[in-house]
Ligand binder design. Structure first.
Ligand code: NAG
Length: 242
């Protein structure tokens, strides 16, 4: 088991990344750490964090041929977190990634309201509302993923002020598009975090189940990024700005 730990952690150095912590209204909380998986295997107690458990041990991605699979919701074999962070509607959540190497592709953030506590929510039934999206700056040709890298591998999403208070699953995602010229070449890196929203908003926008968010031939999923981009259709349902 010790060997598995060493190999597993060595494997992370060259690979992609994941959301290792969040900052909600200035309060930093650990996300799900891949090393926790090895701790669990080795019967080492792990802390409860608002980041969902997942098993992308290679720090890999969900490919387009799994867009209709439950893994697209909150990454591979995801299991609900048992605790939540808190943010006020109108406040912000910063998602801190580990090493992130791919500078082509959009960055998106969704929220799904749980009918009760998010620790028992069914990830295949959660309805995700897109509250933040960024594709490419056509003037500079800098992709959102490149901006994330320039910002210390972090992304900050503002929570619409009108969003009704409640228990939410925030779904933050990078879609790495360096391979988007090929069918099944996109790489989705979704991560889920339980966050309670406070405030006096009254909006309960209608969302989309995870298995209906994307199709493998969406124009923002299957396209050639190695040209001067003159337009880009960000994947997923319409943005809700509150
Ligand atoms: C939440 O608690 C359940 C039941 O104890 C457990 O199976 C699950 O792994 C926990 N989730 C996380 C992310 O630790």
């Amino acid at each position: 088991m010790k060997i598995a730990t060493i190999l597993g952690l060595a494997g992370t150095a060259a690979a992609h990344g994941y959301v290792s912590s969040i900052v909600a209204d200035g309060v930093t909380t650990s996300g799900w750490l891949v090393s926790y998986w090895y701790d669990l295997v080795n019967h080492v107690p792990i802390p409860q964090t608002p980041g969902w458990y997942e098993e992308a041990l290679d720090l890999g991605f969900v490919p387009p041929n799994e867009y209709q699979n439950p893994n697209i919701a909150c990454h591979k074999n995801a299991v609900n977190a048992n605790v939540s962070a808190t943010v006020a509607a109108g406040g912000s959540v910063k998602f801190q990634w580990t090493d992130w190497p791919h500078n082509i592709g959009p960055v998106l953030t969704y929220v799904a309201k749980c009918s009760g506590d998010c620790k028992t929510a069914d990830k295949t039934a959660l309805k995700f509302v897109k509250i933040d999206e960024s594709g490419i700056d056509l003037t500079s040709q800098v992709w959102a993923a490149g901006k994330l890298m320039a910002d210390g591998n972090s992304w900050t999403t503002k929570v619409p002020k009108t969003l009704a208070p409640g228990h939410y699953v925030f779904r933050h995602e990078i879609i790495a598009c360096h391979g988007c010229t090929s069918l099944n070449g996109a790489q989705n890196y979704p991560f889920c975090v339980n966050i309670d929203v406070t405030g006096s908003g009254t909006a309960n926008p209608v969302g989309t189940v995870a298995s209906s968010l994307y199709k493998s031939n969406d124009p923002g999923i299957l396209f050639n990024p190695y040209v001067t981009m003159t337009s880009y259709k960000i994947p997923g349902p319409a943005l809700w700005t509150g």
